[in-house]
Design a protein around this ligand. Structure first.
Ligand SMILES: [Zn+2]
Length: 360
């Protein structure tokens, strides 16, 4: 079968290869891949910054934002049938397992020995087929077939928001205003989710007001804020008491501006991965004082376990009811596997989420 593979650690080694189609074990499903989204993690693996081949292989099939259809169900039938649309969970528990992995909360793994399909020790989904056990497969209604590839990025945001709600159980909380920094795929998923939950949402980016991203922000009833015209500090003065900031740029200055801008009792949820080594001067006394005197919380979040995938399926369905066709506009490019490199080069001002698509 055709697959996009890398030699881990080797920059520029990304290539399409014919590799053996995986053989399904009795308890597994065989899934035909339809779409695989490309994100920053894939680019970093292709640049040789990280990525780990499965034991015994010298290559790694990349791709973790997956969407496909069951072509062979597990022998015992169970909940999966041929033709079901499915998304596979990315992370697998560590073999020890740590207390979190033992409880199915492998997104919170505490010893770092977890594996991740397409990233760390397991082949990914940028191939015509994969096999998986039902524990790591989540079904989608057919109505989401065109946008199922957005489930995985949405799970990251689901976790961030559900964790925020868990944290805020510390107090009586009636949130009204949320700010999202960055209008990329994660920022847009956060914008839609917070709007669907009834927040007044302000999404900040640097793109033009008539850009594709800004229009999607406004189409769901959020306000697009152009960060070079109204920086976060100024927005905080206008909004007065921002309850939640979902940070999705990973730009160090924006991260600390968010900590400064969050209102009393508010939460800053950091979702961006910074792969660089940038340093920054910050007003440390002021930030500490405000965090203490105003009970602020800053936390980071990564990955997602099964319950966040299930929440994402429900919420993506809700987005389609609230704003029919809007999510489809986030997927701006689909390229066939043999042209996968095109999906790695976003067209400025046009592309939001590019996918590698398999004819199936
Ligand atoms: Zn663990």
């Amino acid at each position: 079968m055709r697959a996009v593979v890398v030699t881990p650690g080797q920059k520029g080694s990304g290539r399409v290869e014919d590799i053996p189609t995986p053989e399904r074990a009795a308890e597994q499903a065989l899934v035909e891949v339809i779409d695989v989204g490309v994100c920053g993690t894939d680019l970093e693996i292709l640049h040789g910054l990280y990525g780990e081949a499965p034991e015994g292989d010298d290559y790694l099939v990349i791709g973790h934002e997956n969407f496909g259809r069951v072509v062979e169900a597990p022998n015992d039938g169970g909940d999966l049938s041929v033709g079901d649309y499915v998304v596979s969970i990315v992370r697998r528990p560590d073999p020890v397992p740590c207390p979190q992995c033992a409880a199915g909360e492998f997104d919170m793994c505490s010893n770092g020995l977890y594996t991740e399909r397409g990233i760390k020790g397991l082949h990914g989904f940028m191939a015509q087929y994969y096999t998986e056990v039902p524990d790591y497969i989540v079904k989608l209604p057919g109505s989401l077939a065109g946008i199922g590839v957005l489930i995985e990025p949405l799970t990251v945001v689901e976790k961030g928001v559900l964790q925020t709600e868990a944290i805020q159980n510390r107090m009586t909380w009636d949130p009204k205003e949320a700010v999202v920094t960055g209008a990329g795929p994660i920022g847009l998923m956060a914008t839609l989710l917070l709007r669907a939950k009834g927040y007044e949402v302000f999404t900040l980016d640097l793109v033009e007001r008539d850009s594709h991203k800004a229009r999607i922000v406004e189409a769901c009833g959020a306000e697009y804020v152009k960060g070079d015209e109204e920086p976060l500090a100024q927005l905080a003065e206008r909004v007065k008491g921002i309850d939640l900031i979902v940070e999705a740029t990973a730009v160090p200055q924006v991260v600390f501006d968010a900590i400064d801008a969050i209102g009393p009792n508010g939460v800053v949820c950091l979702t961006g991965v910074s792969a660089g080594a940038r340093t920054l001067s910050v007003p440390a006394d002021k930030l500490n004082l405000e965090m203490v005197l105003e009970n602020k919380v800053v936390f980071g979040t990564v990955n997602a376990n099964r319950r966040y995938f299930e929440a994402a399926v429900n919420d993506l369905t809700k987005f389609e009811e609230l704003w029919p066709g809007l999510c489809c506009r986030i997927i701006t490019r689909r390229v066939p596997v043999d042209d996968f490199e095109q999906a790695l080069k976003p067209r400025p001002g046009i592309d939001i989420k590019s996918t590698v698509s398999f004819s199936g």
